[in-house]
Design a protein around this ligand. Structure first.
Ligand code: 3HC
Length: 287
């Protein structure tokens, strides 16, 4: 496996919201980046997104000045040729959320990159193990699930496929930290930690609106004021993209069926009297 210390050039597949965000944070962290999309207008749009995001970072004082922003953009090379990812020491794929497309991309990456290069996917719900099966190096395939907007959100979810090598998992954590992120780890189960929990929340917000429980504004206000989240479910769905939410929810539905009956563990804990903070023990323990 190519060690993190040997990584100088990061390949990014996809220049959309997530791909351009990943390219940006990698370039700001000092990596050379090759950002590839299928059409030159998509690559150009990716650069526009990066420039405006960097401007916000400069204006908010997160980046010291325009020179840093310019230097980061300079470090990113845009291309429509997948073969140009051959120079990458690590690749992060952020293409469309369709298994067939991801498997094709990974089969191609397997051909064009050196054999020891780790291939990471930013998939939000698809199986890392299935994506990895399109390659001859499933042990070098791992999930690095960035959150939107990538330049702002602190967290990255590291997802461990059936065959992912433990050193590759460590590299995924280390790489994310090198980009200034903090990580958590999930097994390769549908939706991982983040979307398995987030998507039913959003879905229920949509249902509540559809069934006339409250206005859309009150649903979002209720969840923000009532639970201190930065965005309510409908605002967040708009922010993520309703298509992304629907794709993710459909995958979860296919894989997990009806998730809305009370979880068995919830019933078991209540029966046991572990009611949360008020009893000193729920899912966590309290003094
Ligand atoms: N680069 C890019 N976008 C930026 C940015 C930057 N440097 N700074 C702000 N933004 C974006 C925000 O997304 C939003 O977009 P808009 O212009 O299209 O409306 C807008 O700028 C709001 O900017 P503000 O300056 O008002 O920022 P806020 O202080 O309101 O914070 C936020 C915005 C950080 C997005 C905050 O509302 C938040 O944390 N929301 C929750 C986001 C969240 O949960 N993301 C995870 C989604 S799940 C996911 O990504 C997984 C995937 O698999 C589905």
């Amino acid at each position: 496996m190519r060690e993190l210390e040997a990584v100088e050039t990061v390949g990014v597949v996809g220049a959309g919201t997530m791909g351009s965000g990943i390219a940006q944070v990698a370039a700001v962290a000092g990596y050379d980046v090759v950002m590839r999309d299928v059409k030159s207008e998509f690559v150009d749009r990716g650069f526009d997104t990066i420039r405006s995001s960097l401007d916000r970072k400069v204006n908010s004082g997160d980046l010291s000045d325009d020179d840093d922003a310019d230097a980061a953009v300079e470090r990113i090379e845009g291309t429509t040729e997948l073969a140009e990812l051959g120079e990458a020491d690590l690749v992060v794929e952020a293409a469309v959320e369709e298994m067939e497309i991801k498997q094709d991309v990974f089969a191609d990456l397997d051909d064009v990159t050196d054999d020891d290069v780790v291939l990471a996917t930013n998939t939000s719900t698809l199986s890392i193990t299935t994506i990895a099966s399109a390659t001859e190096r499933p042990e070098l395939v791992v999930g690095v699930h960035f959150m939107n907007p990538v330049p702002v959100m602190k967290g990255v979810e590291v997802v461990v496929g059936e065959k992912t090598d433990s050193e590759v998992v460590e590299l995924a954590h280390g790489f994310s930290e090198a980009l200034g992120k903090e990580t958590w780890e999930s097994d390769d189960k549908p939706g991982f930690v983040s979307n398995r929990i987030l998507m039913p929340w959003i879905n229920e917000g949509v249902r509540a609106y559809d069934e006339g429980v409250a206005t859309k504004e009150d649903i979002d206000r209720g969840m923000k004021l009532g639970t201190n989240v930065p965005m309510g479910p409908l605002e967040l769905a708009d922010h993520i993209g309703l298509d992304v939410c629907l794709d993710a929810t459909e995958t979860l539905h296919e894989e997990l069926g009806d998730r809305y009956t009370p979880a068995y563990l919830l019933k078991r804990k209540v029966d046991a009297g572990d009611l949360g903070k008020k009893t000193g023990r729920g899912f966590y323990e309290y003094d």
